[in-house]
Design a protein. Structure first.
Length: 156
């Protein structure tokens, strides 16, 4: 497994991303979708994921990273022919307010790759990137799995 950057163009629509980068974004989206499959609520479409997660905004720069295995899957979710995306993360780095912080969303690992330390490796990589940008606070959102309804009171 290797962690590789997903290049993000400076201006949306400025020539767009190349097919390799689109494959990496699609692979990260697929990993996020697979990792959150059991969580209720609407998911993010690939187009919205690309726009909201893997793009710069006027007030923040974005970075995205893919965890790619060494085997070529020959199709969807590939890292440009170099293997399937097993997970990854994106960082949002504010440029005007709160220059000490960053947001990480998502940090996801496909279920079949969970339990092997990949999420920890991605998180450590994200912390290294945070420090490289001189940031000291990392924020995130975590989806909550569906909760079972409360059990009815038992008669004594």
């Amino acid at each position: 497994m290797r962690i590789q950057p997903i290049p993000i163009p400076d201006r949306p629509g400025a020539g767009g991303t190349r097919p390799r980068e689109d494959d990496l974004v699609a692979g990260l989206h697929a990993a996020y979708t697979a990792a959150t499959a059991g969580i209720p609520g609407p998911g993010l479409s690939l187009a919205r994921f690309h726009r909201d997660v893997c793009a710069h905004t006027p007030s923040a720069r974005a970075e995205a990273w893919a965890l790619v295995d060494g085997e070529d899957d020959g199709g969807s979710g590939s890292g440009g022919g170099g293997g399937k995306v097993a997970g990854g993360y994106a960082l949002s780095l504010p440029t005007s307010d709160n220059p000490h912080m960053a947001w990480i969303f998502p940090l996801a690992v496909r279920p079949e790759h969970q339990g092997h330390g990949h999420g920890s490796a991605l998180f450590e990589h994200a912390l290294d990137r945070l420090r490289a940008h001189g940031r000291s606070l990392l924020l995130t959102d975590t989806p909550s799995p569906a909760r079972a309804p409360p059990s009815p009171a038992r008669a004594a």
